[in-house]
Design a protein around this ligand. Structure first.
Ligand code: HEM
Length: 443
């Protein structure tokens, strides 16, 4: 078991890690983006450097793009699909077979995130209705209530001490509670879900260390075991929720295999909070550091919708994704041979001056902030985008209306992930205390 995990790590991360470390020391920018700790903290100058070199930049590892038009074109093109294990060089394929399949992680087949049509189309059809604009709009009052309850709890937690952690008391619990209710998972387990989710989130990065890889596999396996037990409960007493719909699609309609059922259920649960926590955390820090922008919003509550777009643009919670050319093709007048891997720097595309003038300025009134690619584009466009936007708008507005002079008590701490950009702790002082938040300002 341990040995096979070691082999899996070597094939998926270890060999790449060693190569990337070597290339990083030689100054290769793409490799530094993958592993350099300084670039993780502030990747934006590197994105500018890549963009300045052209639409598609060859680094040792892959092609990279930080241009908005190129990223969007690749994401929408049928000539690009997801990376597959059978594209690995022969020797690595042998290793992959010996190592065996690991945990059913978010970028492990049959995950929807790495599926191509027709499987991808089949998976999405099963769940899109639950996340439609109409279904999500109906959740607004409930999300407002959850935000208010969490703010009450956070105020009580803060009353005995001068500082409180905004992530553990609010930014993580809000989306974890909402997605658990939507899916029909027990809300009292939300802290356990967050713990497993943090391990699963590591698996999105390239070149993991062995301890991180081991942690991610164990956490995903624990979530999977729990999910199988929950499916058994649903079979005994089916309900009217998303997970019950998926179980029915597997048991009665033969539309999903067992692995597909588990994979979709775990992806929806983890994606439901692992990303939105970063939108809330990044947004809160940006607004505490830009009081002039916060003042604009406190005086003009209808501005929150656009502010959320600007936060998504400026500090994109998902910084990058990738695609492989499934045939010889052309992008931005560059020939791209079949099998080429392109890293799409969404966080860089969102700072492209060709689309966003003065892109490094945080401006909640930016007219075209909504043109950001934070939720990707094309067939993998985020299923939860409408939900995440609503949680961002309600969650941030409720926080700042209740505590308008909330401030950082200490430097916030970035989470260790690279694909996901956010904070794992944000120590704050709440100071003033207005009793009702959303009601004061309305929409
Ligand atoms: C601010 C919050 C969020 C951000 C920034 C975000 C971002 C993304 C991105 C960039 C992708 C596509 C990746 C690619 O093209 O390779 C994606 C896909 C996905 N997201 Fe989100 N997401 C967020 C919230 C959510 C929520 C709340 C859910 C809850 C259901 C969710 C569920 C999914 C799913 C299931 C996919 C896979 C879609 C597919 O492959 O067709 N996301 N998300």
């Amino acid at each position: 078991m341990q040995l096979r995990r070691r082999i899996r790590w070597l094939v998926r991360h270890g060999l790449i890690r060693r190569t990337v470390q070597r290339q990083m020391r030689a100054g290769d920018l793409g490799s530094r983006l993958m592993l350099d700790p300084a670039i993780r903290e502030d990747p934006f100058p590197s994105y500018d450097q890549i963009r300045a070199q052209g639409p598609l930049v060859r680094c040792d590892l892959a092609l990279f793009s930080a241009q908005h038009n190129v990223c969007e074109a690749v994401l929408r093109s049928p000539h690009f699909g997801q990376a597959r294990l059978d594209l690995l060089p022969g020797i690595l394929q042998v290793g992959a077979k010996i190592g065996g399949r690991g945990a059913l992680g978010p970028i492990e087949p049959p995950s929807m995130l790495v599926a191509d049509p027709p499987e991808h189309t089949r998976y999405r059809k099963l769940v899109t209705r639950a996340f439609s604009a109409r279904a999500i709009a109906a959740l607004r009052p409930r999300i407002e209530q959850i935000a208010e309850d969490l703010l009450d709890d956070m105020a009580s937690a803060a009353s005995g001490s001068s500082t409180v952690d905004l992530v553990s008391h609010y930014a993580s619990l809000l989306p974890a509670t909402v997605i658990a209710e939507i899916l029909g998972a027990p809300v009292q387990m939300r802290r356990q879900f967050l713990d497993w989710g943090a391990g699963a989130a590591l698996s999105l990065d390239v070149g993991l260390s062995y301890p991180d890889f081991r942690r991610s596999e164990l956490d995903i396996a624990a979530l999977h075991r729990w999910m199988l037990g929950h499916f058994a409960d649903i079979r005994r007493a089916p309900r009217d929720d998303v997970l019950s719909t998926l179980v029915t699609a597997h048991d009665q309609e033969d539309r999903l295999t067992s692995d597909e059922l588990s994979s979709i259920a775990m992806l929806l649960l983890a994606a439901g909070f692992e990303t939105t926590v970063n939108l809330l955390g990044n947004g809160a820090v940006l607004l505490m550091r830009h009081p002039d922008q916060l003042d604009l919003l406190l005086g003009q509550p209808q501005g929150w919708v656009n502010a959320v777009e600007e936060i998504l643009r400026y500090e994109s919670p998902v910084q990058r994704t990738g695609r492989v050319a499934n045939q010889d093709t052309e992008v931005a007048r560059h020939q791209v041979p079949a099998g080429s891997f392109i890293v799409l720097l969404l966080g860089g595309a969102n700072r492209d001056p060709a689309v966003f003038p003065d892109p490094h300025r945080f401006d909640v009134q930016r007219a075209n902030a909504a043109q950001n690619l934070a939720f990707s584009s094309g067939i993998h466009y985020c299923i939860g985008a409408t939900l995440a936007r609503l949680e961002g708008e309600v969650g941030l507005r409720a926080l700042f209306c209740r505590f308008p002079d909330i401030s950082l008590a200490d430097a916030p701490h970035r989470r260790p992930t690279r694909v996901l950009r956010g904070y794992d702790t944000i120590p704050v002082r709440l100071r003033s205390h207005v009793t009702s938040s959303i009601g004061h300002y309305g929409v």
